[in-house]
Design a protein around this ligand. Sequence first.
Ligand code: F6R
Length: 584
Amino acid sequence: MCGIIGYTGDDDAIPYLIDGIKNLEYRGYDSFGCAFELKGAIEVRKDAGKIEDVLSRYGISQFSAPKAIFHTRWATHGSVKKENAHPLLDCTGMIAVVHNGIIENWAELKSSLGSHRFVSDTDTEVLAHMVEDEMRAGNSLSDAVKNVFGRIKGSSSFLVMNQRTEELVAVKKGSPLVLGLGKHGTFISSDVPSFIAYTNKVVYLYDGDLVSIWKNKYEIDNLLDKNVTHKVAKVNLTVKDAEKGSHSHFMIKEIMEQPGLIKKLTAGGFGEVEKAAGLVKNARTTYLVGAGTSFHVARLGTRILREFGIVSVPIQGQDITTFGKVIKPDDVFVIISQSGETADLINALPMMKNNKKIGIMNSEESTLAKAVDILIPIGAGPEKAVAATKSFTLSSIYMCLLAAFAAGEKNKALHDLNLLDINLYNQLVPSVYSTIEKAAYRLKRMESVYFLGRDYDFIIALEAALKLKEISYIHAEAIDAATFKHGPLALVSDNTYLVAVVSDKSYDQTIYNLEEIKARSGKIIGISNRNAKAFDVFIRTQDAGMFSFVMQTIILQLLAYRISVLRGLDPDRPKNLAKSVTVK
Ligand code: F6R
């Protein structure tokens, strides 16, 4: 999704914002642009393409300015081309706007701006012209933005720079915005890592916040709720947390962080899980809501709750309206989201308004985190690779703990968690890496790969297939091993590769299905704690009771990562994808 960062202060804004915008790259983008003051006028430099390329094409680092706004665009409205990149200017060239979101009534607004000159196909451009009209009518920049906000429909956060005023003004709805309070100036940005090198003093913004920033002060007025209060917080993030360090990609850094994060998790602090378990225990039905990878966590949660005799239903956010007649007030929702900003889930919130809500989330200050009654923070730290890895694992672990606690199986869960912590170190050994590499070489040129498993293993296969297609562009499909004989078997030839996830629980039945595939010359990569004749490549996993799926998952993440790298791709930035999906 789009990334926004602005700075006004005593220091030169340009180096801060070049650094800052690079730290927002992970959100996914196709164009980059900036606006800054030069000799009393606003200069805009922007283009489609990578930040680095646009920076050097326009020599942006040679400029200096006391205030500036930078933006990465992930196209939603208008194709990927220079004219559609942000910032967008008004007719006078004195007002520049960067925007993250969608203006649903842009066409209507545009037709009311008939005398203005439009140069892009974006919805954003109406904002610049509307602010222009408001200021021409004598309003301050802040009042102009406030009036414009009152007229737009949809979820939109935007930041405005006016050549004649020192302050930058923004308004938040939907997409995240946070202030960074530096020694010599103030930042406003889509995310904290973009300015953490300069300050850890932040103010998180809420929907409806109209904010003006100057070099040493800020003013916030919530336009939707007068009771909203703001406090200055100190974030615990370090520059190291937000950087790749010695790793080639964020994705591998994040995969390799998992053992350490799991160790930290075993140290305890399950108060929120206990509280949430009380709600689940007394619920009529527990609905588990998520999107993409987080929906796989929901599926896993439903399966484990069923094992404990608790009724639950996994729902994708966009489907929630179809449950209108079955949701009752004594039902409980568990919302699973890494970013806490996924539009499909935010749009589902009205359907849950009469119910208790539990969140399993990574971003503790996100829109969804603020909407739940009990938040279970997964503590994964920044996840910058577009493909979710550590957030899947940690959300799944917390989901399992929640299920086990609700079922009175806390001791078993904590026992298995310790087993996971210990055995994970036995799993990540050279012999396992070398079989992963062998499998990656076999798969790297395939056009299509199938992932198989039964029961729990099938859910892990779904997640593995999603990961592979995202970062390698190989068609990957997960099929329940038990259903293979009902049709998909027709696809098998001697050039078919299948990755089978085979845990103890379903070992005999899955191997039986794999033999049928083998008999038709299919090639099988087996992920299991036991070898089998059917496997062409065998990658050994360790056991961890109810958390054995974590072992399989990490191997499958490493496999997808290696295939992407061997295909010469950038696993951190898959084409067409954004880290958090804030559009419907
Ligand atoms: C896949 C992936 C996505 C997200 C989905 C939901 O690797 O990352 O499928 O899981 O967009 O995002 P969150 O969890 O932020 O709600």
